[in-house]
Write a protein that binds this ligand. Structure first.
Ligand code: PLP
Length: 378
């Protein structure tokens, strides 16, 4: 079997598989983005955004990938005076740090090794040192398959009076994020992850406090300009029209399933993936207590690297999973099971993994991984 994008079992950590309804929604002739038809699309998208974030608020859609959303938030919300704290325990935390350092003059980075849990005590200590105006943190660290327990730092962030700015790119619609309860001021989502729309849009939720604190950041991604235009169901510049059409359909699909049910299904898939990996003798990369529900990161089996595992899955079985990033290239591989990923995807992937390991004489209990998946199916 050779790789075929039309029929592949597609479990990379985003972009994720896209429903045919969402694909079809994009196939329209050009639309006037200043015309009534498109304004109605934008109105519908605005009405549907709370379904994704689980709360109402000031919410915008930006043309650009997730990083555009992060740049919009950091450039217009990290303070010119006072300190900004950035927390990192993975590649995307490091990315946030790099963006924040472009805009904030006084940055304190709180670091934990990749794959280890949120350094809660260090974050509290950084806040207690005083004068912190913003805290920037990744909710789900896609690079290492780890979820940061933001609830553990939320009260301290609130008490410090700092803005709480969250990269939720691979978490939104995949991992519960009680925005209002935790007092989160900004959340960035990416269209290509839990929402299962194509890549290319960033969704941003802002609290009233954040809206009041906006200052001009980048020109293209000026959040105040986007908010003002959106009130008229418009966008300040030409938007990626086909992607808005796709996003609308993806959000309708999410509404049909319901956010709670999607979160629950994603959680069950993650539990099944972890149990099946365990049955294959594969070790989780992150601290198990913080294993992500949207991305499972596994160490490559001893002595087998990408050419023996990931590439064979792709070439022989038409199964796509993702490799490691940075220092983890060749050391781990990652399964993304968010959005519309479902049981058949896991069954095919673990069947293929069983076969790969078996050919290397490394399958301890044939059928055991599949049994773990089956046992968790509804
Ligand atoms: N932050 C996190 C947690 C991510 O998972 C990603 C992408 O995988 C990004 C930031 C960057 O998003 P994009 O590649 O859409 O710009």
């Amino acid at each position: 079997m050779t790789f075929d994008p039309e029929t592949t079992t597609f479990l990379i950590a985003g972009p994720v598989r896209i429903h045919p309804r969402v694909l079809r929604a994009m196939s329209t002739p050009s639309l006037n983005h200043r015309g009534d038809y498109f304004h109605a699309v934008v109105q519908e998208v605005r009405d549907l955004l709370p379904v994704a974030f689980g709360t109402k608020g000031q919410q915008v859609v930006l043309t650009g990938s997730g990083t555009a959303g992060l740049e919009a938030v950091y450039s217009s919300l990290v303070p010119k005076d006072g300190r900004t704290v950035v927390v990192t325990n993975g590649n995307f935390g490091d990315r946030s740090e790099a963006i924040v350092r472009r805009y904030a003059p006084n940055v304190t980075t709180v670091r934990a090794p990749w794959g280890q849990g949120l350094p809660v005590d260090e974050v509290r200590a950084a806040l207690e040192a005083g004068d912190v105006r913003a805290v920037c943190v990744v909710h789900n660290e896609t690079s290492v398959g780890l979820v940061n327990d933001l609830g553990a730092i939320a009260p301290a962030v609130r008490q410090a009076g700092a803005l709480f700015l969250v990269d939720g790119i691979s978490a939104v619609a995949g991992i519960p994020l009680p925005i209002d309860r935790w007092g989160v001021d900004a959340v960035v989502a990416g269209s290509q992850k839990g929402l299962a729309a194509p890549a290319g849009l960033a969704l941003v939720h802002l609290s009233e406090r954040a809206v009041a604190a906006l200052h001009p950041g980048t020109y293209y991604l000026d959040l105040a300009a986007h908010l003002t235009s959106l009130q008229k169901n418009d966008t300040p510049w030409t938007p990626a029209v086909p992607l808005f059409l796709a996003l609308r359909e993806a959000l309708v699909l999410l509404r049909e399933e319901g956010l709670e049910r999607r979160l629950e299904r994603t959680h069950r898939l993650a539990e099944a993936a972890r149990a099946a990996a365990g049955a294959l003798g594969l070790e989780l990369f992150p601290d198990r207590r913080f294993a992500s529900d949207t991305v499972t990161a596994l160490r490559n089996p001893e002595g087998l690297g990408d050419p023996e595992v990931r590439k064979v899955l792709e070439r022989e079985y038409n199964v796509l999973v993702q490799g490691g990033q940075g220092a983890l290239v060749g050391k781990i591989f990652r399964l993304g099971h968010m959005g519309i990923a479902d049981w058949p995807d896991l069954l095919v992937t673990f069947a293929a993994l069983e076969r790969v390991l078996s050919k290397h004489g490394r399958l301890p209990r044939p059928g055991a991984a599949l049994a773990e998946v089956v046992a968790r199916m509804p």
